[in-house]
Design a protein around this ligand. Structure first.
Ligand SMILES: *Cc1c(COP(=O)(O)O)cnc(C)c1O
Length: 416
């Protein structure tokens, strides 16, 4: 066994950088942007042109009637939560392992996040933990389909029905993701996607919120799209029909044009990532202590967002994952990332020991201590992330697998 680069040996990955590129900007993107610029389409008052195309095609992709673009995924989440018509002080159950952006909109709407543990295997919200977190003020559940793996929506919808709760789905990792052939985002009351540059369908910055309910669509549109000519029908919307509700959060037409190109090529992107993921999984199977996340039958992770591996410390002589990753990076496998960089929400100060920190709730949302959600902590602490390789990547995956195998085989040396 050759000696580890970390200990003065020769690095095993010698492929030129970058090892990974995303987003991939193509001629189609250039043409889309130039076409819009030359037509002077740099702002729309209504859903028109590239924005309308994006909204109609995204709604069709997910299989629901209403879609609304926003300037960011966070904006889509804010509009989505607003669209649900919750009242200040209402509680919303959220996973302890998710992007902070899933939760921030709640605070801006005077809603109270109630953290909930996740499934140790997938990182998705744990339905049984949801049940335990329901209280008299609970009105909604937010779920995030982590790394494209759909949450157990059958169970979550049943829980929501039994307790009269609404559901928001954060689908920012789940473009092109399906369960039994059905796109994710149809089961809840509203679903939100980020179109930020790292995501599978991207506009650079942007977001989109889809729903099957006209009432949710209208309310969400009022908040961010003032004076949007929209056929409002719900009673709730009537006082605001002629004015809107002020905060403008429209997507830029150029971003919408870029995202339409991403929709044109989504099937190819998903197929390419699926091939690369299978290759990575086959190579991980040869490496002690690493294994891909399980994927439930019928689930397709679509664009994935990232490829994830579980790190089994016991199988690696107790070697800390941080030290393992240091050695992997020294071998030249620079695009293997720490799962623990995605901190669990209970590790942030805003959730600690502050009584009602922004004076809105009179609630105990900030009463957590780091480690309150053991499965979420274990998931973050014991996962490695890989890029969702889209370009042909067998060579790079093979080189990384060699590096990972070398470090895993020398785990004992690193412990000593
Ligand atoms: C990226 C992301 C967001 C936020 O989207 P932005 O477009 O960056 O505002 C929210 N939730 C999840 C799960 C994300 O991955």
């Amino acid at each position: 066994m050759s000696s580890l680069a970390l200990l003065g040996g020769t690095a095993s990955v010698r492929l030129p950088q970058p090892h990974f590129r995303w987003p991939l900007v193509t001629k189609a993107h250039e043409d889309a942007v130039l076409g819009l610029l030359r037509a002077g389409e740099v702002s729309y008052h209504r859903s028109a042109g590239a924005v309308q195309q994006l909204e109609q095609r995204f709604a069709a992709l997910v299989g629901v009637p209403h879609a609304l673009t926003t300037h960011s995924g966070t904006g889509a989440l804010l509009a989505g939560f607003f669209g649900l018509g919750l009242r200040p002080g209402d509680e919303v159950i959220v996973p302890a392992y998710t992007h902070l952006a899933t939760v921030f909109p709640l605070l801006h709407l005077g809603l109270c996040p109630v953290l909930c543990d996740v499934d140790r295997q997938t990182g998705n919200i744990d339905p049984e933990a949801i049940v335990a977190r329901i209280g008299p003020r609970t009105r909604a559940i937010a779920v995030t389909h982590q790394f494209g793996h759909a949450c157990d929506m059958k169970r979550i919808v049943a829980i929501a029905r039994a307790h009269d709760l609404q559901i928001l789905e954060d689908c920012s990792h789940a473009h092109g993701a399906t369960v039994d052939g059905q796109h994710v985002g149809q089961d809840g009351d509203v679903a939100c996607f980020s179109l930020q540059a790292h995501k599978t369908v991207w506009g650079g910055e942007g977001g989109i919120r889809v729903t099957r309910h006209a009432r949710v669509a209208e309310r969400a549109a009022l908040r961010g799209h003032f004076r949007q000519p929209h056929d409002y029908t719900s009673q709730e919307a009537m006082p605001w029909v002629d004015s809107g509700f002020g905060l403008k959060s429209r997507i830029h037409p150029l971003a919408a044009g870029l995202a339409v190109v991403g929709l044109d090529t989504l099937a190819q992107t998903v197929a390419a990532r699926r091939r690369n993921y299978h290759h990575l999984c086959a190579r991980l199977a040869e490496i002690p202590g690493l294994r891909p996340l399980p994927t439930a039958p019928g689930v397709d992770r679509g664009g994935h967002f990232r490829f994830i591996a579980h790190y089994d410390r016991e199988a690696l002589h107790g070697l800390a994952p941080q030290r393992f990753l240091e050695a992997v990076h020294a071998e030249g496998a620079t695009e293997v990332w720490p799962g623990w960089a995605a901190r669990t929400l209970d590790s942030y100060r805003m959730f600690h020991n502050a009584e009602d920190p922004i004076g809105l709730f009179g609630s105990d949302y900030a009463s957590h201590a780091p480690g309150d959600f053991p499965a979420a902590s274990a998931f973050a602490a014991n996962t490695l992330q890989f890029p969702a390789f889209t370009e042909p990547a067998n060579e790079i995956i093979d080189a990384y697998a060699t590096a990972l195998h070398k470090v895993a085989s020398n785990a004992q040396t690193l412990v000593d």
